[in-house]
Ligand binder design. Sequence first.
Ligand code: KG4
Ligand code: ZN
Length: 338
Amino acid sequence: MLLLGLESSCDDCSAAVVEETPAGPLLRSMIRRSQDELHGPYGGVVPELAARDHLLNLGGVTAEALAQAGVQLKDLDRVAVTQGPGLVGSLLTTFSASKALAWRAGLPWVGVHHLLGHLNAARFGAPDLEFPALVILVSGGHTHLYRAESWTHLELLQKTRDDAAGEAFDKTARMLNLGYPGGPIVDRCAQRAETAAKLFTPPKFRDGKPSWSFSGLKTAMKLRIASDPGLDVAGPEDPRVQSLCRSLNETVASWLLKPLPDYAQAHRARSLVISGGVACNSELRSQAAKVAKRLGLRLAIPEPRLCTDNGAMIASAGALLPLPESPWSTNADSDLKL
Ligand code: KG4
Ligand code: ZN
């Protein structure tokens, strides 16, 4: 089965051609148009600008993906698109365009939950993954831990009470005037640190409910930066900045992985999947490898370009989903539930 996957739920506009084979999905092409320059001056995504830019880019991105794969619309068997959750304007642009495209070309069409997409990014490298799996989906908008029974069934185990982990990276980079988007910059800076990192203290929850929280980490970081005059403008070459970035890397990685031993045992998990933009993080990837080995779990973290939002993961999930009965009356949903 040959699919076109389209994704623009936030600030990236991406199209990919994926071939679903008996051995799993094969990536035939993937194009991504980033909006980093557009949102950089604001230090975060401006929803209205994002939607307008998708409108300008979507046609070109799609044509490029088809051309790079050497296929035409008529060769496709299915169009898959992100249905939600996400920024409503960003979602609607590509959602509506994908329906028009599929209808015009007479192609089957399917809407995909964004988080199911992130999970299915792992199918490219680990199509034979064994279930049940523990799945950490961690990005600028989500920090959720699921139990997956299959590639299309997720059951929530715990999530953040406030900010997503990616937010801690983006805001730290902003407070240190390092640039946008923060995650990759903080990560690169952390890898240059020579001094050992000092971990931030994990939050304690009075109700004892298993969850994460990252808003306090942002505040702790703010206080830490304010306590060291000039740190906010010292830049990425400064060893103090590098050490602080390393602290953030190590803190976030250790917090994210901490609940795994308990869940792995309780759910008799066989695998661990980590996906979403923050799964690009070098420290998280290396700590996860050690934790998975210790727990006897098979680890599946997609390659970095498949961890961040992309059309390939949507096609990968879309290949496994049943087609909707009345596709043309389906709507995008910024708060789509799993
Ligand atoms: O999945 P994604 O592309 O979009 C959302 O659905 O949010 O994730 C973007 C998030 C941003 O917060 C970005 O700073 C973070 O992923 N990110 C990273 C790294 N690369 C991207 N965070 C930490 N380390 C990285 N290397
Ligand atoms: Zn995402």
